[in-house]
Design a protein. Sequence first.
Length: 73
Amino acid sequence: MGASTQISLGLTEQELRNILTEELELAFRTEGDATTIHGIAHSIARVIGLDHLRIADQLENAGVRLKPAKPAS
């Protein structure tokens, strides 16, 4: 058996925590220290979106060609 290689895609755990913390702090400041479920959901969705962008960049840098997603109808 050969040595295994671990490949990481997307943001690291530390990056995810840092960005989510920043997004949640922004939501709390924007909504007056009593953020709503909507504010929390927005923060999480933004972090997931950033993670997807990082994954797309990493795949393209590895030579994987991505085609644009079809718009939702």
